[in-house]
Design a protein around this ligand. Structure first.
Ligand code: GRF
Length: 207
């Protein structure tokens, strides 16, 4: 059984997608163990509470320079097999990246390596997509390393950019058609032991 912790700092719609798939029995050999947020008021915590999942707050603002240490302590204490970043707007400490190498995944709302890296988060990604005029965007699930949006890519899904899209409309479409699909799917594949990493790339092993 793969013990999974979700790290979410915002609204938690990706967390909800994971919970829904979990409760429908669609995540296989996975235990959704805890939800951790760096903000006490994150709605993601409410979602966890509603579904009986442990909620942990490591308050970044209040802890200041003790934040990273506390974050690692809380995570280590629960011995997760997989950490899922779903809207936690922080740079993951290098120590955590090393300790949990190929055991931390992130969802990014574009087709990496486009529109990613430092400064590309939230609506800014979709604003940049519209400004450039690309016709296709999407989302990417990847392993996390010490560089923003850089680790081995696990799953991607393309989404059409439509005439007249606003950043908000496009963000919603990317979430519905891509993020909420491929993030739970990646968790399932990892739970089944079907993601192999070689030379900075992943391979999906047959079921
Ligand atoms: C999503 O757009 C995700 O791609 C990005 O942060 C956002 C989180 O949204 N990493 P939510 O909190 O899951 O609704």
């Amino acid at each position: 059984m793969l013990k999974v912790g979700v790290l979410a700092g915002g609204g938690g719609t990706n967390l909800q997608a994971i919970i829904d798939r979990y409760e429908a029995g669609g995540l296989g050999e996975v235990e959704l163990s805890f939800v951790l947020s760096d903000k006490p008021g994150a709605y993601a915590l409410e979602r966890a509470k509603k579904h009986g999942i442990e909620q942990i707050v490591v308050d970044k603002k209040a802890l200041s320079d003790r934040f990273e240490e506390e974050l690692i302590k809380e995570i280590d204490a629960r011995e997760p097999g997989l950490l899922v970043l779903a809207g936690l707007m922080i740079m993951i400490p290098a120590e955590l990246c090393r300790k949990y190498k190929n055991r931390i995944i992130n969802i990014h709302p574009s087709l990496i390596p486009s529109f990613c890296g430092r400064g590309y988060y939230g609506l800014r990604v979709h604003e940049a997509v519209l400004k450039k005029g690309v016709k296709v965007t999407g989302a990417t699930v990847h392993f996390v390393d010490e560089i923003y949006d850089n680790g081995p890519i696990i799953l991607q899904r393309a989404v059409e950019v439509k005439e007249g899209d606003t950043p908000e409309v496009l963000q919603r479409r990317v979430m519905e058609e891509a993020e909420w699909q491929i993030l739970p799917e990646a968790v399932r594949l990892i739970g089944e032991g079907r993601i192999a990493v070689e030379d900075g790339r992943t391979r999906i092993l047959p079921g």
